[in-house]
Design a protein around this ligand. Structure first.
Ligand code: NAD
Ligand code: UGA
Length: 469
């Protein structure tokens, strides 16, 4: 069996590396049009930072795992083609700001059709709107010159989270495969299931129809994000009443019907998918006339924007309503720990908000590159729709400092904002940090990861999300 995967990104790279590791008899080739990305996958410095990934890649690379820019050749030879291209939010035209942009997906489908001389299973790995398989099937069928070639489309959405991708791929809660209830559909599902069965227990391989699989992916992300927005909404109430959101999360999470995971109040959720996928869900609901359902899910995003904005307001009001010309150290820029990814990170809106109010920020993040931080803060992000957060306008590069040393970042600062939950932040010598800062020295813990009692003993004024002062 030969597998090709179109798209060597955060999903295509790690998922294919895991398949190659677990299935040494299958040849797996990951193809991409981005030459620099493919070169990086073939080097010792992979294009994405993900704990444990390099070991998996190293084990299989050159044996049965290959990375190539020759899209046509490898797709043409494959029996199974995964499509793991980006499906961002549309930036113009009908549905701009909400609908999924399927340009890359359709482009990939057209390439598959043009190079196929044998029948193939086409696997939707990207997150796509429900019913995409129907559209893609038409593109494939109408563009393939060889009428004897049969394309069987499956939906196999990916549920890995960044930072824990290898763990998630090694022991997935489930693998979801959607396909048609026809002879060829069932055979294709069995064929893909046999790949995962190399390491995933049979009872974790779920089989559904195509539309359920497509919609389950959007729903899973919407439900996860909704939990965070729910707990974040309660964090605001905690701050107003003296309740402690961590105690509330623990108390409700012990109810087995609610469960303890994903109840950490924060400065807001980020990442490339939660907002994009909810917007996509909202758009789909609107197009089928379900406005109330659309409004319900849109509120998850509005609450997230409110949470980021609230964090900025709190910094400003705590610091006597003036942060003008004050240095504020920002610890963490990635959207979560153990990744260098900054897509939709709350740090963008928070840093922009602080700078808009006159502060000078100095960012320290163990993984994010300087260029990425500068680009994220100075380039226009939301030109294509009315983002509800007016603070999120790009800011001047002059107000942004970047340091590769957390001590230096805090030196002479008036405040520290913790925006990512990197473990190393818990272990700094905060006595030393305190001594190097202006007084009163503030810490705003946007992730509730520090020992607040100890920091207060040192002399810091500590504000944390949803915690009493
Ligand atoms: P990404 O942007 O990191 O990677 C996509 C890759 O596809 C890029 O390298 C791009 O060059 C390539 N590409 C685009 N069109 C191509 C074409 N025609 N031929 C060859 N290569 C092409 O994206 P990602 O984060 O890996 O996400 C991919 C999909 O998976 C998205 O739909 C996303 O919603 C979904 N997803 C992402 C995650 C995540 O953690 N990032 C998790 C689950 C699902
Ligand atoms: C998320 C989902 O968890 C994956 O299942 C899904 O496959 C993926 O999106 C996707 O489709 O892209 P990811 O965005 O990588 O994964 O990371 P998460 O761990 O879900 O975190 C998302 C954001 O929520 C981060 O900013 C994180 O800090 C925040 N978060 C998470 C909280 O604020 N509180 C929590 O309790 C949990």
């Amino acid at each position: 069996m030969k597998i090709a995967c179109i798209g060597a990104g955060y999903v295509g790279g790690p998922t294919m590396a895991m398949i190659a590791k677990k299935c040494p008899e299958i040849e797996v080739v990951v193809v991409d049009i981005n030459e620099a990305r493919i070169a990086a996958w073939n080097s010792d410095k992979l294009p994405i930072y993900e704990p444990g990934l390099f070991e998996v890649v190293k084990e299989a690379r050159g044996r049965n795992l290959f990375f190539s820019t020759d899209v046509g050749k490898h797709v043409g030879e494959a029996d199974i083609v995964f499509v793991s291209v980006n499906t961002p939010t549309k930036t113009s035209g009908v549905g701009a700001g909400k609908a999924a942009d399927l340009t890359y997906w359709e482009g990939a489908a057209r390439v598959i059709a043009s190079v196929s001389t044998s029948s193939k299973i086409i696997v939707e790995k990207s997150t796509v709107p429900v019913k995409t398989a129907e559209a893609i099937e038409k593109v494939l069928r109408r563009n393939c010159k060889d009428s004897s070639v049969h394309f069987e489309i499956l939906s196999n959405p990916e549920f890995l989270a960044e930072g824990t991708a290898i763990e998630d791929l090694t022991m997935p809660d489930r693998v979801l495969i959607g396909g048609k209830d026809t002879e060829t559909g069932r055979a294709a599902i069995a064929s893909l299931a046999s790949v995962y069965a190399h390491w995933v227990p049979e009872d974790r391989i779920l089989r559904t129809n195509l539309w359920s699989a497509e919609l389950s992916k959007l729903t899973a992300n919407a439900m996860l994000a909704q939990r965070i927005s729910s707990v974040n909404s309660i964090s605001a109430l905690c701050e107003a009443t003296g309740a402690d959101v961590q105690q509330v999360s623990k108390a409700i999470g012990t109810d087995s019907r609610i469960g303890p995971k994903f109840l950490n109040a924060s400065v807001g959720f980020g990442g490339s998918c939660f907002q994009k996928d909810i917007l996509n869900l909202v758009y789909i609901c609107e197009t089928v006339g379900l406005q109330q359902v659309a409004d319900y899910w849109n509120q998850v995003i509005l609450m997230n924007d409110y949470q980021k904005d609230r964090f900025v307001q709190r910094v400003i009001s705590a610091m006597f309503n003036t942060i003008s010309k004050k240095k504020i150290a920002v610890y963490g820029f990635a959207f979560k720990k153990d990744t260098g990814d900054t897509r939709e990170t709350p740090a963008i809106d928070v840093c922009r908000g602080l700078v808009a109010d006159g502060a000078n920020v100095c960012v320290y993040d163990p993984e994010v590159t300087d260029d990425q931080i500068h680009a994220d803060l100075t380039q226009q992000t939301y030109e294509w729709y009315d983002h509800p957060n007016p603070r999120s306008a790009p800011v001047d590069k002059k107000a942004i400092g970047i340091s590769h040393d957390p001590m230096e970042a805090a030196n002479d600062a008036h405040a520290i904002c913790i925006l990512t939950e990197w473990d190393e932040f818990k272990h700094y010598d905060y006595q030393k940090v305190y001594e190097s800062m202006h007084k009163p020295a503030f810490i705003f813990d946007g992730r509730n990861i520090l020992d607040h009692a100890k920091l207060r003993e040192i002399g810091f004024i500590v504000y944390a999300v949803g915690k009493p002062l």
